[in-house]
Design a binder for this molecule. Sequence first.
Ligand SMILES: *Cc1c(COP(=O)(O)O)cnc(C)c1O
Length: 391
Amino acid sequence: MSSIAIERADRLKRLPPYLFAQIDLMKKEAQDDGWDIISLGIGDPDLPTPGHIIDELSASARRPQNHQYPSYEGMGSFRRACARWYEKRFGVSLDHGPEVLSLIGSKEGIAHIPLAFINPGDYVLVPDPAYPVYEIGTYFADGQVHFMPLEEKRGFLPDLGAIPSEVTKKSKLMFLNYPNNPTSACAEVDFYNEVVEFAVSHGIIVCSDIAYSEMAFDGYRPVSFLNAKGAKEVGVEFHSLSKTYNMTGWRIAFAVGNSDVLSGLGAIKTNVDSGVFQAVQESAICALEADQGCVEEMCRTYQGRRDVMLEGLAKIGLKADTPKATFYVWVSCPEGYTSAEFTAHLLKNCGVVTTPGNGFGPSGEGFVRMALTVSEERIREAISRMEKAGY
Ligand SMILES: *Cc1c(COP(=O)(O)O)cnc(C)c1O
């Protein structure tokens, strides 16, 4: 048999190197050195999906009417539940027909939305550091990325006034994510009001990613972008059940807000996927409408871990702000270490996996991200190893 040259398309060649590939390699070496690895590297809840949601899936999976193709935009009952949840949680009213769209996880919607609105050469405003999908989704649509640096001195909010006017003129979309991965920073309505004003004056569609809105501590309640006046005229928000209900593997999320934006995204999706398994949608209705005690318990768990982590970091002299939300701690690298060097040091000398801040964008340099996705006991162990190893 003769073979052919398998050559990847330019769009794949253009991708930055996969962040975790090198970490995986170092992790293997640390394992070979005998370390029982503690992974603070992964943003995936370690806790199981609450039992009542699993029960709903098993009942729902047995109903034959759920075995066929679902509707593209999501079941009416699911979209009504999403709208009711937004009203109850944020005081935002939505028409479940045109203003709610089901997604196969919010990553899916985020990755696809540039395909609906970006022509070659159009700019997308992307926070830096950030969840990598905003940047890569833009490249897949042949768009140009303009990074908006998130600086500590501005509370990790972008400086909209600093975006060059040649860029704003050619910008079509802007991504935002608060509570933020990786910095754990939060935004308030004043900031979103500023964003709406900016979006209106430059004709930019805003895409707010609010995956962590329910993972908050000390009684803090994050706000929605749609709480800003006029937000629905300029943008959409991506919400996910993944982090709130420990459902990352289930693949269900939804987008809400501007109906023209959602119908553009929907036009891409009808040609790419065929909706979300109805049993999963019915389980999501159950998650959104049942007693939210499981969410409170999840927050208590992460708050306890956060406190152990922050106390430990302070004791060993590492600097980090106390997160009000998300399960991430954004830790400043000690003097003399880059993000990559500090990550390598912690892995080699402590068997602790963290994520180098520069993996989320150039402005993440000088930080590492630690995820609170292990038990308090393992966090204590990680701290004690770091204390012993020093830096
Ligand atoms: C985890 C996460 C999501 C959620 O992704 P799903 O595809 O809904 O599981 C979205 N945005 C950010 C920033 C995340 O960290």
